[in-house]
Design a protein around this ligand. Structure first.
Ligand code: NAD
Ligand code: DAU
Length: 355
């Protein structure tokens, strides 16, 4: 099996690449631009693996991407490369439109040109997995879950750009017959997560005795999934998902943000006691503009049709994650030197509110 993975130096992409290379023994061509969010250190465990090749390229570069298809000749594509941080998309959306929309368009067009050169079984078996987010569905109220038929209603520049790319992906099946499958997943957490996102940011700030910023009231809810469970789900969807269909991925682990931060504080009290509770570092700050209230995924289709099951729940996964950050300073310190955790995504003139 020969697989092109885009964004394989990022958080989820590197988990996917490690899974495909080490557990499945696939031949992987990992294409990544190495933006601020991508680092080859996340792939250090693959250093001696002949079945992993890395290509530094921009997914918007049609010539580079077409050449990669034509020379590597994949059986499958797993497209994860994206600008992924909501707060950064509020500060400036240009890179999000460029990479998430134009980059996805370029991937689809390159795949289509390559797929059109295939014949017989190779053409029938080819798959393009477009990896997306539950944020395309917008915000839930107190009840209900996102299903595969929930209408799109994105709130942020990030989620709007992902929604646009999902529509392109579906259109490439309907119009050109390209065998695309789409996945929409809830919030991931785990090792190698860039420390701008809530969980790694809070772990490192707690470690360094810095304030733990909670946006708004802290009552916003996210549905957390351990990243390795997502990686296995993506492999399964690429393998067995039906062409032109969507699969929601989620761990059935809804938590309020304040409860996530409090749990991390409890674990830090246990592993790195400071004489006073880490929860004293919590600070309620100005809310995120357009902050979605609640996400929650109904993963029934993935569970019943494809037989996927998450191996971690939030309690086991968050403990593993906190331990991983405490044990792997070599990985996060260079990233933390480049980005110190300062607040992103406030509108002009807005200042973080003190509690
Ligand atoms: P990430 O920001 O950690 O990694 C993104 C990777 O893409 C980086 O390695 C970066 O260098 C690369 N990249 C960015 N622009 C590129 C370009 N123009 N060309 C080539 N490479 C480029 O993101 P992530 O959290 O791993 O998310 C991966 C995918 O999964 C994204 O499509 C995201 O929308 C989706 N997703 C993320 C989550 C989550 O909770 N993190 C949940 C659901 C879906
Ligand atoms: O739902 C899937 C999405 O999850 C992915 O598509 C995105 O790529 C990924 O970044 C994530 O988006 P969120 O915006 O939910 O993740 P983030 O970690 O930025 O924020 C999680 C919640 O915590 C959200 O309600 C905002 C809040 N928050 C975030 C930060 C960074 C805080 O309260 N304080 C913070 O400092």
């Amino acid at each position: 099996m020969r697989v092109i993975v885009t964004g394989g130096a990022g958080f989820i992409g590197s988990a996917v690449v490690r899974h495909l290379v080490l557990d499945k023994g696939y031949e992987v061509l990992n294409i990544d631009k190495l933006t601020y969010a991508g680092t080859l250190s996340s792939l250090a465990s693959l250093d001696n693996q002949a079945n992993h090749r890395f290509l530094q390229a921009d997914i918007c570069d049609r010539n580079a991407i077409q050449e990669a298809f034509d020379t590597f000749r994949p059986d499958r594509v797993m497209h994860l490369a994206a600008e992924s941080h909501v707060d950064r998309s509020i500060t400036g959306a240009a890179d999000f439109v460029q990479t998430n929309v134009i980059g996805s368009f370029t991937m689809l067009e390159s795949a289509r040109a390559y797929w059109n050169t295939l014949a017989g079984d190779a053409k029938a078996a080819f798959r393009f997995l477009h990896v997306s987010t539950d944020e395309v569905y917008g915000s839930l109220g107190e009840n209900g879950l996102f299903t595969e038929t929930t209408p799109y209603d994105p709130s942020s520049p990030y989620s709007a750009s992902k929604a646009a790319s999902d529509h392109l992906a579906k259109a490439w099946t309907r119009t050109y017959g390209l065998p695309v499958v789409v996945s929409n997943c809830s919030n991931n957490y785990g090792p190698y997560h860039f420390p701008e996102k809530l969980i790694p940011l809070v772990i490192l700030n707690a470690l360094h005795g810095k304030s733990l910023p909670i946006y708004g009231s802290g009552s916003n809810i996210r549905d957390w999934l351990y990243v390795e469970d997502h990686a296995r789900a993506l492999d399964l969807i690429a393998e067995r998902g039906a062409i032109g269909e969507t699969y929601n991925v989620g761990g059935r682990n809804e938590r309020r943000n304040v409860d996530v931060v409090t749990r991390i504080c409890e674990l830090m009290d246990k592993f790195r006691p400071q004489g006073k509770p880490h929860s004293q570092l919590i600070e309620y700050v100005a809310d995120r503009p357009g902050h979605d209230a609640r996400y929650a995924i109904d993963a029934t289709r993935l569970e019943t049709e494809l037989g996927w099951k998450a191996l971690e729940n939030f309690d086991t996964g968050i403990e593993k994650t906190v331990r991983w950050y405490l044990d792997n300073e070599w990985w996060w310190q260079p990233l933390r030197d480049g980005y110190d955790g300062r607040r992103l995504g406030l509108l002009q003139g807005e200042v973080p509110k003190k509690s």
